[in-house]
Design a protein around this ligand. Structure first.
Ligand SMILES: [Zn+2]
Length: 184
C-alpha cells in the first residue's frame, strides 16, 4: 500500500517544522493522518525532521499494519479517530509547556493568542488511564498535555494540529518568562 504523495508531503513538512522548531528531539514525537477507516502514522523511533515513505506505516481499523512498526502511541491515535471529527493527530515535546505541566492540572494561557485559540489546556497525569483521559479531553480541546511528557493536538490537517502545538508552546514560554519577570 503506497502513501498518497500529498499525504506524504504534508507529513514530511509538518514533521520537519516540529523538529526545526525544537518541539521534538531528533527521534521524538509522532504524527498521523486519518485515511478512511485506517491511518498513516510515523513508525516507532523515526526522525520527524527527515521522514520518507519507508518511515510511515499504514494501520488498518483492525489494528494490523503495513510498513514499519507504527508509533507506540498508535492506540491513542486510533482511539481519537474512532470518536470522529478529527483527521490528524500530532504528538510533540514542547519544552516550556512540559516544564509547566508538572505543577498544574490546567494550563491557562496568559496571552491573547493562546486564550483565543486554546482557551485552556488540561494536564493529564501519567497512569493506566492516560490514553482514555487524553482522548476524552481532546473531545472539547484542541491540545492536551501529558504531565512531564508532552502535548497531543488534533486537527483537520497536520498543519492545524501543528498550529495548536506551536500556540501552546508560545503561551507556555510567555507564562515562563512572565514568572521570571515577577521574581526579578
Ligand atoms: Zn512523547
Amino acid at each position: 500500500m503506497a502513501i498518497p504523495p500529498a499525504v506524504l508531503r504534508e507529513m514530511q513538512e509538518v514533521g520537519r517544522d516540529l523538529y526545526r522548531l525544537a518541539l521534538v528531539t531528533s527521534h521524538g514525537g509522532n504524527l498521523s493522518v486519518r485515511d478512511g477507516h485506517g491511518m498513516w502514522i510515523t513508525g516507532t523511533g523515526t526522525m520527524l525532521g527527515h521522514l520518507e515513505a519507508r518511515h510511515i506505516s499504514f494501520v488498518h481499523a483492525n489494528g494490523s499494519h503495513e510498513g514499519p512498526p507504527p508509533s507506540s502511541d498508535t492506540v491513542l491515535h486510533s482511539t481519537v479517530y474512532a470518536l470522529g471529527g478529527v483527521d490528524s493527530v500530532v504528538h510533540a515535546h514542547p519544552r516550556h509547556a512540559i516544564a509547566l505541566s508538572f505543577d498544574t492540572d490546567l494550563f491557562v494561557p496568559p496571552d491573547f493568542e493562546g486564550q483565543l485559540h486554546l482557551q485552556d489546556v488540561p494536564v493529564v497525569p501519567l497512569g493506566p488511564t492516560q490514553v482514555e483521559q487524553i482522548t476524552m479531553a481532546l473531545q472539547s480541546r484542541r491540545v492536551v498535555l501529558l504531565r512531564g511528557h508532552g502535548a497531543y493536538a488534533k486537527g483537520q490537517t497536520p498543519w492545524e494540529a501543528l498550529h495548536w502545538v506551536t500556540a501552546l508552546e508560545e503561551s507556555a514560554h510567555i507564562a515562563w518568562l512572565r514568572g521570571a519577570g515577577r521574581q526579578a
